[in-house]
Write a protein that binds this ligand. Structure first.
Ligand code: ATP
Length: 337
């Protein structure tokens, strides 16, 4: 378990002070994939780097598996850090060393015997799907392959926690997917807790269990990914979600409409029920679907539809009440013109 208690990081420069992280308290459970999302400058990197004390908090505590890292001396901290792997946006591989040597480096630093290193590196390369690139140099690898080496290196000393600093931001969408799938496999199979920072909600949607939204050094919203997607509270959270769901109605449709426009969210099992057709059969209204999709977030369906309802106003209202009651998530975008 990772316990972050009242962590503040202030950067002091000659003439001014910048608050990187502002009094954050947070608990991350064992085996979670926890995402931290925010725009540039929100404090994500600072918070992540406070978790292994690459940045020492100005105040507060970071307690991992019961050990307060802020209380350790340098030697103890080096030892504790072996159990906290980290991967980076720009990989940071050693260009003069082969894939094998890059991964072995982490084990040599931990003073492991040669035979053990050989065996472990081979195992790790197998796990990340790079056994055939053992003797290649970083310059001969694609971005996705470089990140796989980074992941193998980060896992070398059997960490309990893996910190991911924008690990897929330098990769194209399909490579991003394959790296996220690998991270998920590592989490599920090895039980490693993953904390990742990103500015892409797509990444959060793809693999995170919970997410915290950061702004100005603070966490402004936190919850399970499904709850955040289906019931965001803050404007910033809503804008991140819109960037994934891309739910915009074209202007020409808005202008052409004559009926009442409603947006309906179908959460969980209700997404698979015939609510709309039941409504159309039960009330004297016509329904025009203008936009619709079902997304799967953590494998739970979330349906979103925008409909134009046409008919007598009274009947439309009864239809709206009916859907509201069954879905608990109907929003009238515009009443009949
Ligand atoms: N070494 C540093 N010295 C001074 N200020 C810093 C330092 N590192 C970060 N900051 C400041 O702390 C604040 C938070 O920065 P941080 O890099 O943690 O944000 P971020 O959300 O990770 O953004 P990005 O995605 O751009 O890295 C910013 O105002 C930044 O300018």
């Amino acid at each position: 378990m990772i316990e972050i208690k009242n962590v503040t990081k202030i950067y002091s420069m000659k003439k001014k002070q910048v608050v990187g992280v502002d009094n954050i308290s947070l608990t991350i459970q064992d085996g979670e994939i926890f995402g931290i999302i925010g725009y540039s400058g929100a404090g994500k990197s600072t918070l992540l780097r406070c978790l292994n004390l690459l940045e020492r908090p100005t105040s507060g505590q970071v307690i991992i598996d019961g050990v307060d890292l802020t209380s350790l001396n340098d030697k103890q901290l080096r030892q504790a850090r072996l159990k906290i792997g980290m991967i980076f946006q720009h990989f940071y591989l050693i260009s003069s060393k082969t894939v094998f040597e890059n991964v072995a480096f982490a084990l040599k630093a931990a003073k492991k015997p040669k035979e053990e290193i050989e065996k472990r590196v081979n195992e790790l390369l197998e796990m990340v799907g790079l056994s055939d690139k053992r003797d290649a140099y970083p310059s001969q690898l694609s971005g996705g392959q470089k990140q796989r080496v980074g992941i193998a290196r980060a896992l070398a000393n059997d960490p309990t926690v893996l910190l991911c600093d924008e690990a897929t931001s330098a990769l194209d969408p399909s490579t991003t997917k394959s790296i996220l799938a690998l991270l998920k496999k590592i989490n599920r199979e090895l039980g490693i807790t993953i904390v990742l920072i990103t500015h892409e909600m797509e990444v959060v949607k793809e693999i995170c269990d919970r997410v915290a939204v950061m702004q100005n050094g603070r966490i402004i919203e936190l919850g399970t990914v499904y709850d955040i997607f289906t019931n965001p509270q803050e404007e910033l959270t809503k804008s991140f979600i819109n960037s994934v769901l891309r739910f915009e109605i074209p202007d020409h449709l808005l202008q052409k409409r004559t009926g009442t426009m409603v947006k309906i969210h179908f959460k969980g099992e209700i997404a698979e029920e015939a609510v709309i057709s039941d409504m159309l059969q039960s009330f004297k209204v016509k329904g025009n679907i203008l936009h619709g999709k079902i997304e799967y977030i953590q494998e739970i369906p979330l349906g979103i539809f925008v409909m134009e309802l046409i008919g007598e106003q009274e009947e439309i209202q009864r239809a709206i009440d009916y859907i509201s009651q069954r879905t608990n998530a109907l929003e009238v975008i515009a009443y009949a013109a």
